[in-house]
Design a protein around this ligand. Sequence first.
Ligand SMILES: NC(=O)C1=CN([C@@H]2O[C@H](COP(=O)(O)OP(=O)(O)OC[C@H]3O[C@@H](n4cnc5c(N)ncnc54)[C@H](OP(=O)(O)O)[C@@H]3O)[C@@H](O)[C@H]2O)C=CC1
Ligand SMILES: O=C(O)C1=N[C@H](C(=O)O)C[C@H](O)C1
Length: 237
Amino acid sequence: MRIALIGYGKMGKEIEQIALSRGHQIGLIIDQENQADLHAENLKNIDVAIEFTNPDSALGNYQICFEANVPVVSGTTGWLDKIDLVKEKCQLGSGFFYASNFSLGVNLFFELNKKLAALMAPFSEYNADMEEIHHIHKLDSPSGTAITLAEGIIENHPKKTKWIEAASMKEDELSIFAKRHGSVPGTHSITWHSDVDEISIQHLAYSRKGFALGAVLAAEFMPEKKGFFGMKDLLKL
Ligand SMILES: NC(=O)C1=CN([C@@H]2O[C@H](COP(=O)(O)OP(=O)(O)OC[C@H]3O[C@@H](n4cnc5c(N)ncnc54)[C@H](OP(=O)(O)O)[C@@H]3O)[C@@H](O)[C@H]2O)C=CC1
Ligand SMILES: O=C(O)C1=N[C@H](C(=O)O)C[C@H](O)C1
């Protein structure tokens, strides 16, 4: 496959290594400094674009790829207020794959989190909160993964109706505490507290390799596909 890498930062470089090791070619690399090179002519022989940039540039990058009929795999977080525009494009025939977190471990953790929330539903003595820790360069907060985890709790626990990035005493609010330390690749913990004990589940990424492998597997899934896809389609969870 010929891949366009849009965003050549920490993730773009990690994805390049994995893609090459799986026999793919990198046909185009776009970063902030050469973003004007992202156009239909340069996308002509590209099978799939993998986009990891930032919340402000993601949507514009997708639109250029859609116009060129190139499917997009994206892991950029913090842009989901515009997701309806992307879904409309997918209904018109574009191909798009999105995951707030591409690692297998986190996607298993998403399912475990939902099951634990459902298990806790009848037991009002337990209340949940969440902590996420990332490197100091991260632009968005809370993380996309934390938001997906919060949505999993809200869908499966009748008392929780929204998340808030602050300490909350309100029963219907799920508190998320975001911390930024050094070069942490990504740690997410959910704790259910009662007066007498607590139950915690945690996912801790050792490196970015798990995210990058998931993104390349998604790219291998995408050529010729039309519509909006996610990790549930890839992993059959
Ligand atoms: N879904 C997942 O599994 C994961 C998602 N992420 C998300 O991916 C995104 C990128 O993360 P990461 O690689 O760590 O960030 P980096 O800041 O290391 O890399 C982003 C890169 O995008 C470049 N860039 C900025 N604007 C544009 C543009 N218009 N066109 C092309 N490139 C551009 C930046 O250039 P410059 O440095 O010059 O600004 C930079 O090189 C974040 O939103 C992060 O949250 C991260 C890990 C896993
Ligand atoms: O910015 C990062 O680094 C990460 N971003 C994603 C997120 O916002 O959840 C995924 C992972 O946690 C790393």
